[in-house]
Design a protein around this ligand. Structure first.
Ligand SMILES: *Cc1c(COP(=O)(O)O)cnc(C)c1O
Length: 406
């Protein structure tokens, strides 16, 4: 959260808030002084922690940067028409991502549901209202996916009333396609778990005139992925806003062909009597998402990567200095592409079940979250750390591992 001192410092840089307050810095200071000094985490006894685990939804994703929080605060000062905010922001996002059109959704998951809704209904309001009941409406009802891509997120697709058809080979795919096929869905993070690769998936779909969608929720960085799949010819591309892009955690982006985005928006708020009415994104989140994306596209990714690596080295070196501890640094190719430490230890030398280590780090002051792995391993990422926190993680980890040396 932005603190009051930071807010005063940044006020002049926030046109909306500055405009609302008038020009005088005294007024601005008075407003900032009136901001609640409440620390709700403290007041309600909610544990805050250093996140050395990663962009996990359960851990509230990522921290929004100051510009995003300022955008949210500024946007909260005025009424706007929800559709106008989406249209104007959508045009900007589309231009940044090589898409024809885009809309901010309530996370990547709702982008999947709404994108498919758009494919099913087109611009027919009767069909929009009929979802998730497809029978007798003339709507298609099947989504084809590769077996290896069928992890939990495909539930977003069945929310529309569609059935999932699983295939493994090109032959099975060709056989599965029929007049009920609405969509060929692809999950980038599992692309090594399916025989059919992106380009071929798109090619086969195009040959049959069927829409394609890719879920690349956790697949920036690299930043190029934001336009790679639009350029490749996927009709719809879905991404999370609250992971590496550090937008609002409840935001995501649906981008792609304009006629499909227009259709998807018919199932979105403010329109009621739709399957998407509960997937509301407010103007603050829409604008915050836009600013986060813009910042992400323009940032120096090489410098960011180096910072993550340096932090990982600080933590890795501290852990490694304990006899019996082994440290490996890698970056997953698919999903959460960031320097990651895999720390493991020889149980004969360091007697510490990983669950106990997790608990000890959690109970420490400050509390730290890591990701426990199998047996005596854990993983750590450094992209969710605030500057300097890597030193605390290094010290605490070494402390706990050293205590357990046999
Ligand atoms: C995180 C994730 C989602 C869900 O994204 P939200 O933005 O949390 O809705 C969907 N698919 C994959 C592969 C993910 O990693």
């Amino acid at each position: 959260m932005i603190n009051r001192r930071d807010l005063i410092k940044h006020l002049s840089a926030v046109p909306l808030l500055g405009g609302f307050l008038g020009q005088g810095s005294a007024e601005a200071a008075t407003f900032a002084a009136k901001l609640p000094a409440r620390n709700l985490a403290k007041e309600l006894g909610i544990r805050t922690f250093i996140n050395a685990a990663g962009t996990y939804t359960a851990m509230t994703g990522s921290l929004m940067q100051d510009e995003v929080v300022e955008t949210i605060q500024g946007a909260a000062q005025n009424f706007m028409m929800l559709d106008e905010v989406q249209t104007k922001v959508g045009e900007k996002i589309a231009a940044l991502t090589h898409a024809e059109s885009a809309v901010v959704t309530a996370g990547c998951f709702s982008a999947l549901t709404l994108g498919l809704a758009g494919v099913l209904t087109g611009m027919d309001p009767k069909k929009v209202e009929a979802l998730p009941h497809l029978e007798g409406t003339g709507m298609k009802s099947e989504v084809i996916i590769q077996k290896g891509h069928n992890i939990g997120y495909s539930h977003a697709l069945t929310n529309t009333g569609c059935t999932i058809i699983q295939v493994e080979t090109v032959e099975e795919l060709e056989k599965a396609i029929n007049e009920k096929t609405a969509l060929l869905w692809f999950l980038h993070i599992q692309s090594d778990k399916g025989q059919i690769k992106h380009e071929q998936w798109v090619e086969i779909a195009k040959k049959h005139g069927i829409a394609t969608m890719i879920d690349m929720a956790a697949d920036v960085p690299p930043v190029e992925n934001l336009w790679r799949f639009n350029d490749m010819g996927f009709d719809l591309v879905c991404v999370s806003g609250g992971k590496a892009m550090r937008g609002p955690q409840s935001a995501g982006i649906l981008m792609g062909k304009k006629h499909l985005i227009d259709a998807a928006r018919l199932s979105m708020p403010p329109r009621g009597s739709t399957i998407g009415r509960g997937m509301k994104v407010n103007k603050e989140e829409i604008l915050g998402m836009y600013v986060a994306l813009e910042k992400f596209v323009k940032m120096d990714h090489k410098k960011e990567w180096k910072m993550w690596e340096d932090r990982a080295a600080t933590i890795g070196n501290a852990a490694k200095s304990v006899a019996g501890v082994n440290v490996e640094t890698f970056a997953p190719e698919l999903g959460n592409h960031t320097p990651t430490l895999r720390i493991s230890w020889d149980a004969a030398k360091v007697s510490l079940p990983v669950k106990l280590l997790q608990e000890n780090l959690r109970k420490g002051d400050p509390s730290i979250e890591i990701m426990p792995g199998e047996n005596n391993t854990l993983t750590i990422t450094t992209w969710c750390l605030k500057p300097g926190e890597e030193k605390i993680v290094a010290t605490r980890l070494k402390e706990e591992l050293s205590k357990a040396v046999v």
